[in-house]
Design a protein around this ligand. Structure first.
Ligand code: C2E
Ligand code: CA
Ligand code: CA
Length: 569
């Protein structure tokens, strides 16, 4: 019924791979449609001829040898080779060969599968796995892999490259570029810096973007100290040329941490940690510079890590973190009209830690979000009972950038039944000036609900009086660094007077912080400040001490004093 040959041909034609049968002389005796397509010839043109005619001679030798092996042993084999196709494009072929014996004569059955697309997508995936998309540099994974090759784990010996260098770099002030000029400008600076870095990198070194604004450079070549210093200086100088964009010239600098790859280094992690400690030191010493790792740096870093861990623990356990309250005084009559909540942290092992230390650490690590929330909740809860006092709480710009900030604050106020009008959020001048559209929106939402916004540390950031007109705030707090010198320095006195006058004209409360002497108080009252705060009136107090103070004052009123909550300067 069936014509065997026809069935056979039909089956072969349905196969997805180019398939053909060759005799011992490499002559094609049978083939399918895909094979015709691959060779670009008709069956008649191919049958009886060798398919190897147009191939590279070395490839032909290899094929003949492998076919010979199949014919002799009957073993199935599979291999991949690359060749040029009819359009002269390099393609990858998967070749499968097996033996068929027909009337005692052996033949090779070959099937060819074009796996070019598969190999290309694999190569692309590999590329993506080891490269940074934005800059085209290598990425963190590539660096780790290279480091692991430099350092042979466990053996305590190197595969080579003793005296090579690992550099970690971090752009200083990069966040400002994103905030001020937008992300496109930020991306441009990252790409341009990466390009410049590659330009000065020693030959055969690996330059990678570690993520964010962090870069690394690894060189295996032994480098002398002078050469290493020279390389670092070149890198720091890379930012001297401005990163020009249309209409804007963002300014950044770079800090560099360096570690030398020595015999003593045992793991890749250790190298990274050392370079990181050096980078941290370069930042600490004022940025825009490089710093070599030395053993003394380890102590600093590990104490920072310890503090970070302890803070995370304290926050998740909800203990050891409290609020101190510093009274705010009305200049006109010395009455306490509010308090500022200041975070306090006491750790069993580390002791009392200043917010000047732990607030920046919390900002660096993201812990500022839970910390800020905890302080806000605690302060509102504790101040609920003094309904005539306003409550000021310090807010980090990082909290503000969190899209859910305003809703979180408003939900918390509603939950605790704390009137929004009593709450004042203190934000630094720099934070408000650098705020993006989202942060500004958070402020608008809060103000619409009745929460007041205060410009903290005025004078330490942009120090521009004209800015006061454009910013939507309810009060401005003149920084202690000015108040300190009002009675000594003429310039400072003039600035404080000008700020007070302008503030009053703009209907803002003008608060002087850090008032320590009656002379300062007198000057500030005359200059027009409306509120005051400082050790002259009261240090920050625990909740109990504040209660005592407020109790004493109201008792003195009952005993005949005529000033409610008056505090003696
Ligand atoms: P700040 O907001 O400028 O707070 C005023 C700081 O000055 C407080 O230091 C206060 O104790 C101190 N101070 C007040 N009056 C005087 C004075 O007359 N003389 C002197 N020498 N100092 C005075 P503290 O409590 O150490 O806080 C330092 C900074 O930490 C704060 O500066 C604020 O920026 C930050 N901070 C504190 N608590 C928080 C918080 O809950 N969240 C955030 N984001 N930051 C906080
Ligand atoms: Ca403050
Ligand atoms: Ca301040």
């Amino acid at each position: 019924m069936f014509n065997n040959l026809e069935v056979c041909q039909a089956v072969l034609n349905a196969l997805p791979d180019a398939t053909f049968l060759k005799d011992e002389q490499q002559r094609v005796v049978f083939l399918n449609r895909k094979a015709c397509e691959l060779f670009g010839k008709t069956a008649g043109e191919i049958l009886g001829h060798s398919p190897l005619a147009d191939l590279d001679p070395t490839l032909v030798d290899m094929i003949i040898e492998r076919d010979g092996h199949v014919l002799k042993t009957g073993e199935d084999i599979e291999y991949e080779h690359q060749m040029l196709n009819r359009d002269n494009v390099l393609i990858s072929m998967m070749v499968r060969c097996s033996r068929i014996i027909f009337h005692d004569v052996p033949y090779v059955l070959v099937s060819l599968n074009d796996i070019t697309i598969l190999r290309e997508s694999e190569a692309q995936t590999r590329y993506l796995a080891y490269h940074d998309i934005l800059t085209g540099l290598h990425n963190r994974t590539a660096l780790y892999e290279q480091l692991n090759q430099v350092v042979v784990p466990g053996a305590g010996k190197h595969a080579g490259g003793i005296g090579g260098l690992l550099l970690l770099m971090d752009l200083d002030g990069f966040k400002n570029i994103n905030d001020t000029y937008g992300h496109q400008a930020g991306d441009f600076v990252l790409c341009e810096f990466g390009r410049r870095l590659q330009g000065v990198a020693p030959q055969a070194s690996l330059v990678a973007r570690m993520g964010g604004d962090e870069f690394s450079l690894l060189t295996h070549q032994p480098v002398g100290r002078a050469q290493a210093e020279d390389l670092c200086r070149q890198i720091v100088n890379l930012t001297q040329i401005p990163f020009t964009l249309t209409g804007a010239s963002p300014f950044v600098t770079v800090s560099v941490g360096v570690t030398v790859i020595t015999e003593a280094v045992i793991t890749a992690g250790e190298l990274l940690r050392k370079a990181d400690a050096a980078l941290y030191e370069a930042k600490r010493q004022g940025k825009n510079m490089h710093c070599f790792y030395s053993e003394s740096l380890d102590a600093n870093l590990s104490s920072k890590r310890r503090m970070e861990k302890a803070l995370a623990n304290a926050l998740s356990a909800g203990r050891d973190i409290t609020c101190a309250y510093q009274p705010l005084i009305r200049a006109a009559d010395n009455h306490i009209i509010g308090v500022e909540a200041l975070a306090r942290w006491r750790d069993d092992e580390l002791g009392e830690i200043s917010p000047v230390q732990f607030v920046p650490l919390a900002e660096e690590t993201g812990l500022i979000i839970p910390l800020g929330k905890l302080i806000l909740r605690q302060a509102c809860r504790e101040m609920l009972r003094w309904s005539d006092l306003s409550l000021s709480v310090n807010i980090s710009p990082i909290q503000l950038r969190d899209g859910g900030f305003a809703p979180m604050v408003l939900a918390l106020l509603a939950e605790l039944r704390f009137p929004p009008e009593r709450l004042e959020l203190e934000l630094t001048e720099t934070a408000i000036m650098n705020s993006d559209a989202n942060s500004k929106h958070q402020l608008v939402l809060l103000r619409a609900a009745g929460v007041r916004i205060s410009l903290d540390d005025f004078g330490t950031g942009y120090s521009s009086l004209s800015l006061l007109k454009d910013i939507v705030v309810d009060s401005v707090k003149i920084d202690r660094s000015f108040v300190q010198f009002v009675t000594q320095l003429k310039d400072t006195a003039a600035i404080v007077t000008a700020v007070s006058h302008l503030g009053v004209k703009l209907n803002l409360e003008v608060i002087a912080e850090g008032v320590e002497t009656p002379e300062q108080q007198q000057f500030l009252v005359d200059a027009g400040c409306t509120q005051m705060q400082g050790f002259l009136f009261s240090k920050p107090l625990t909740e109990e001490k504040l209660e005592q103070l407020l109790g004493d004052i109201s008792r003195s009123k009952q005993l005949g004093g005529d000033n409610e909550r008056e505090i003696k300067g």
